[in-house]
Design a protein around this ligand. Structure first.
Ligand SMILES: Nc1ncnc2c1ncn2[C@@H]1O[C@H](COP(=O)(O)OP(=O)(O)O)[C@@H](O)[C@H]1O
Ligand SMILES: CCCC(=O)OP(=O)(O)O
Length: 356
């Protein structure tokens, strides 16, 4: 029997869906969510009904019967740190995703949405390579304050997928290359992959690295805690200011970089400055990882939605091309990678992992 797999990827600016038959794409769909639409919700899990209704509506428009599916797979969320792999969505995982055991992010909805749809028709729900895959080398864990250990929270699924793709295209093994991958999405993560492991990466959720369409990135620490103490912010308001309402949204009121580019074309100087500053910070983050392998970097890979922007890419390229050749994989491989992870398990090619 051919396997039909529905893959769901909730991001901070979109919900992406893919239907695969024996790993052949039947369709993919990208449902964009404006910051205004998502700002209505206090917590990420409050977005569940909205995103679920979009997905079910879309499946019904396409006349996809749930009974035809073999499995549903979602992008894993902020669970406890785990090794890479495909995990069954179990009770413990649902609990941890609901309480946000390591914090809140749209990807927490991946496992929850997969489970909600899979349960309707009694098929398995999985997640693959969640954002908490942790392969940091020991020296990358120290922050400067012993009680604040650096965490590995990043676009693990897509970073690994494009690094593997680059290796394959060059007849190399992922385990034999050293590459710096920058995922340019709603959040931005930049990681160095060496011997098949992401040994250092900025935590894309907790105020590290470049600012992004909806996140502040690293901040001047003293000024930041002055702001927390002196201004009338609640805990959740300040968190939202950093993640959700930080970065480009804070400066320009939009998380859509296509809109920012349009504004630049009409002569909007503020939009131009913000766009260039994000590229500048991204380039600095990439360059900061070069000494991790004594400057021996096979390639710099730029990926994610913003990698469609020639304007952005040219700015980054100009600043980092002295380090290594640059390869661009616009968009992401996440849906296909999710489906592949579920498929390997369904076909018995890989052992499903148990969470918790
Ligand atoms: N063609 C494009 N040109 C410029 N920016 C784009 C383009 N397509 C998408 N983007 C931007 O990419 C970002 C989303 O990237 P994506 O990798 O889909 O992230 P997420 O998974 O966080 O939603 C948004 O800021 C979006 O405006
Ligand atoms: C939590 C790290 C992954 C991330 O930031 O994803 P988005 O860019 O989709 O928000």
């Amino acid at each position: 029997m051919s396997e039909m797999i529905l893959a769901i990827n909730p991001g901070s600016t979109s919900s992406k869906l893919g239907l695969y038959k024996e790993l052949e794409e039947v369709f993919v769909e990208n449902i964009s969510h404006s910051s205004k639409e998502l700002n209505e919700f206090e917590k990420i899990t409050d977005q569940m009904d909205l995103r679920l209704s979009y997905i079910l509506e879309f499946l019904s428009e396409k006349e996809i019967k749930l009974g035809k599916l073999s499995a549903v797979v979602g992008r894993g969320g902020l669970l406890k740190s785990v090794p890479g792999g495909t995990y069954a969505v179990n009770k413990k995982m649902v609990e941890d995703l609901k309480i946000g055991i390591q914090g809140e992010h749209a990807s927490n909805l991946g496992g929850l949405l997969a489970k909600a749809i899979a349960d309707k028709t009694n098929i398995p729900a999985y997640i693959v390579d969640p954002v908490v895959v942790d392969e940091l080398q020991p020296e990358a864990r120290l922050s400067g304050i012993p009680e604040l250990e650096r965490a590995s929270i990043f676009h693990a699924l897509n970073q690994k997928a494009v690094a593997r793709k680059y290796a394959k295209e060059n007849n190399l093994n992922y385990e034999d290359i050293t590459v710096i991958v920058a995922h340019l999405g709603g959040g931005i993560s930049v990681g160095i992959h060496k011997k098949g492991k992401v040994i250092d990466v900025n935590d894309a959720l907790s105020g590290e690295g470049p600012f992004s369409p909806n996140r502040s990135g690293g901040l001047p620490t003293f000024d930041f805690f002055e702001l927390c103490y002196n201004d009338d912010y609640s805990y959740s308001e300040i968190k939202k200011r950093l993640v959700g309402n930080g970065g480009v949204v804070a400066y320009l009121g939009t998380n859509d970089m296509r809109e920012v580019e349009k504004r630049i074309k009409t002569g909007d100087k503020k939009a131009e400055l913000v766009f260039k500053a994000m590229a500048y910070q991204t380039a600095k983050e990439i360059a900061s990882l070069s000494p991790v392998n004594k400057g021996k970097i096979d390639a710099i890979i730029l990926t994610g939605g913003i990698a469609y922007s020639k304007y952005f890419i040219e700015h980054v390229k100009e600043l980092v091309k002295f380090i290594a050749p640059i390869k661009i994989y616009p968009g992401e491989e996440e849906l296909k990678s999710l489906a592949s992870g579920a498929y390997r398990v369904l076909k018995g090619e890989e052992q499903v992992k148990k969470y918790g």
